[in-house]
Every structure is written in C-alpha cells, then in structure tokens.
Design a protein around this ligand. Structure first.
Ligand code: HEM
Length: 403
C-alpha cells in the first residue's frame, strides 16, 4: 500500500528487487479496482495491475494510446521528448493505426518468420564460434545478444553491417529515462536522419532488391499509400523495437537459468520444454514495463471504477503477468508452467507485431546456448549482476560470464 495513507502513491515505484516488479503491484491486486497515482508532474492517473483489468483496458479502444490527446499521462521529461517526435503507428489510434500496421502484417506472419529460422541459427552459430574462439570471459549482452538481434533486424531491412554499432548506441540512448530530454531526442533524430538517407538511396533500385524496405517502397510508397517520411518513421520503429528488447530478454533469460539450475537441468533433460521456457521468461521479466499509458476518450467503467473522459490510465502488463490469480506463485521461474496467456507482448490492437520473430530468436538462443557452452556460469558473484533499473526496457547492465 502507499507509504503514506493520506496521499496517493507516486508512480513509477522503485523496485525492491531489480529482477521483479515493485511489491506495491502485488499489494494493489488485493483490492478491487485501480489505484489513483500521482505522476512526476503532479497530475494523476489510474493504475491497473490485475490481469483481467489490464486486458480490459488494453482491449478497449475507448482508451487512446496517442500521447497528443489531452490528459495522456507523462512518465518523465525524457519520455515526453520521445513522445513529442513524429509518431509511428505504435502511438496511433484506429483507423490510422490499422492503415499502417496492415502494411507490415504479412512480413511478420508466423510462416514467414519460421522461414527465417535457419538464417537466425547460422548467425547465432557464427557469433558463438567467434566467442568460443576468443575464450572467456565475455559479456553476453555486448558480445552475443546485441550483435545477434541487430544482425537479424538489419538483415530484414538490409542495413549495412558497418552501421550496426551506430544504431545499437542510438537505440540505447533513446530508451534512457533518467537523462535530460535532449538525449533521447537527439538519438532519435540521428536514427531518423540515417534512415532518411538510406531510404532515399534504396528508392533508386528498390525493384531489384528483396528486403522489407524495398518491398514497402514498391508496394506502398510508389502507389501513394505511404509517404517517404512515414516510411522513415516506420523503419525507425522496427529498428528500435526489433533488437534492444529481444537482446535484453535473452540476457534476463540466461540470468534466470543460471540462478535456477534445476530449471536448466530440466530443459536439458527435455528439449520439448523449450517453447514453454521462452514463454515463462517473457512472462517473468515483462521487460517493456511502461508501455501501456492511455487516456480515456469518453467516460468508461472498468472494474467498478468510472474513468472520466480525459483521465489518464496506466495498464501495467508487468503487474498482470505477476497476478497470482492468473499465474500462481508468480515470482517463481517455472518452465513447466503453461504461461502462453501472458501479456508480455501487450494486448489489444498494439500487441507486439514482431512477437513471432522475438519468439524464434529466443528459441534459437535457448535451444543452443547451454548445449554449446555447458559450463556457462557468471564470471562475478551473482549479487554483482546489475539490473537496468528505471529503464523503459528492463534488462541487465552487463552479463559477465565464463566457462
Ligand atoms: C522480447 C522481445 C519483445 C518484447 C517483449 C516486445 C514487447 C512489445 C510490447 C509490450 C509492445 C506494445 C507497446 C505499446 O503498446 O506501446 C510492442 C509493440 C511492438 N513491437 Fe515488440 N517486443 C519485442 C520484440 C519485437 C521485435 C523483434 C519486433 C520486430 C521488429 C517488434 C516490433 C513491435 C512493433 C512494430 C510494435 C508496435 C505494434 C503496434 O502498435 O501495432 N517487437 N512490443
């Protein structure tokens, strides 16, 4: 409950354990309806943490995800700066949202992404070969996971390999929360500028190429369904959403296995548990913590609470994924749990478009990593492994390992 019973709790709340959502979410789940919280700018928002309520809010299009709507809750100045930039469809409401999202649906269909599995496996094998050749110790975030996820998304967009370091760094800067607003804004502008040039170049011979950007140029830009600028913004969303998230999830997945050797032994004894293990790590860590900010576009009642038009709402998927009524004993990493109904990829119209790709990447990594490096272990005492703290996307600062 709130530390002071006479005032609303402040949001965001600090984590007591870097690897679990704040204890307050579990407390709030004991009472019906949302909790009124105070944001950094003194305004209020309704906080939902229960599984059913979070899905009710995210599945209801009377709540807008457009930060330009009056009353949209603000997380921090740095986040405001990002939200002030020209919006991609992740921040749009219907019907505009569907217009853009539909242009990409076929690119991320399960069948299409499954066909990418051999390519992802071969990139991962090559990176693992390099890592083993160099020998221990290694930082798995920088030496393995970021290179893997950036190569995959860069392959999809056909971004030159020499530029991977550049967009990894800009993506990292864009999701920092505890910096001045100029930091994420400048990072975003640098990526947009880079993509603007890339797409201008690509337009010259798009017909002869097979990457996703070329297809969008030919099928959407040329017939006038999508402007050059809109394509630049869409490409930035894919580049951003596509690698930092998945790399962070991989690092936290390794952390979970190394701190739960019984679960690792279980996976090694029965590889059919792999898919369930991936769903369980997505649920447990719910790395995209602050995505689901919304504002009511009309009066709406949820869980017995009337939310008035113009009031802000936060539907916490991390809370939902730790609701004991949906996931008994939620703090336990249990790869035999049936966790597929988790909402780590959100819920409703903004549910992650890239989830089939993220799943395949995670399955490739956890299907191979401990097989190829059976003696993998932390290179420092476990309590020195640091979580990312108050980042928009949860993860590990570094993952020092040896073998
Ligand atoms: C473990 C990895 C990932 C996680 C946990 C994750 C999580 C999420 C979440 C929670 C949302 C909803 C955001 C919101 O409502 O503001 C989202 C949206 C999105 N994600 Fe992911 N994501 C992951 C990987 C990817 C990948 C690999 C891509 C592919 C390029 C991708 C592309 C997108 C896009 C385009 C959206 C916007 C969808 C829309 O608004 O219609 N994500 N993701």
């Amino acid at each position: 409950m709130s530390a002071c019973p006479f005032s609303e709790p402040s949001f965001p709340m600090a984590r007591q354990c870097p690897f679990l959502p704040p204890q307050e979410y579990r407390d709030y789940q004991q009472q019906p309806g949302p909790v009124k919280v105070r944001m950094w700018d003194g305004r209020h928002a309704w906080l939902f943490t229960r599984y059913d309520d979070v899905r009710a809010v995210l599945g209801d299009n009377r709540f807008s995800g457009n930060p330009a709507e009056p009353g949209f809750p603000s997380l921090s100045e740095a986040r405001n700066a990002v939200l002030d930039l020209p919006p991609a469809f992740i921040r749009m409401d219907p019907p505009q949202h569907g217009h853009f999202r539909r242009m990409l649906t076929k690119e991320f269909m399960i069948k299409k992404v499954s066909a990418m599995r051999p390519m992802i496996e071969s990139i991962f094998d090559r990176l693992l070969d390099d890592l083993l050749r160099k020998g221990p110790p290694a930082n798995l975030v920088e030496d393995l996971f970021l290179p893997l996820t950036s190569e995959v998304i860069a392959w999809l967009l056909d971004v030159p390999r020499k530029d991977h370091g550049f967009f990894q760094e800009q993506s990292r800067l864009k999701v920092l929360l505890d910096v001045g607003p100029e930091v994420p804004k400048a990072a975003s502008e640098r990526i947009l500028g880079y993509l603007d040039t890339l797409i201008t170049e690509r337009s010259k011979d798009a017909e002869t190429r097979e990457d996703l950007l070329s297809r969008l140029i030919v099928e959407q830009v040329r017939p006038g369904h999508l402007s050059h600028r809109e394509l630049v913004i869409m490409a930035e969303l894919l580049l951003m959403a596509g690698h930092e998230t998945t790399a962070n999830q991989m690092a936290l997945g390794v952390y979970s296995f190394l701190t739960n050797p019984d679960q690792l032994a279980l996976l090694r004894s029965d590889p059919t548990l792999l898919r369930g293990a991936v769903e369980e790590m997505l649920r447990l860590h719910t790395i995209v913590h602050y995505n689901a900010f919304r504002v009511a576009m009309e009066d709406v009642e949820v869980a017995g609470q009337l939310i008035r038009k113009g009031e802000g709402v936060i539907a916490l998927i991390a809370g939902a994924n730790h609701d004991a009524t949906a996931f008994p004993n939620p703090e336990k990493f249990d790869i035999t749990r049936k966790a597929e109904h988790h909402v780590a990829f959100s819920y409703g119209i903004h549910q992650c478009l890239g989830q089939p790709l993220a799943r395949v990447e995670l399955q490739v990594v956890f299907g191979k990593l401990f097989e190829r490096i059976p003696t993998l272990r932390f290179a420092v005492p476990q309590d020195q492994i640091e979580g990312k703290g108050d980042h928009f996307v949860q993860g590990l600062q570094t993952l020092p390992v040896t073998w």
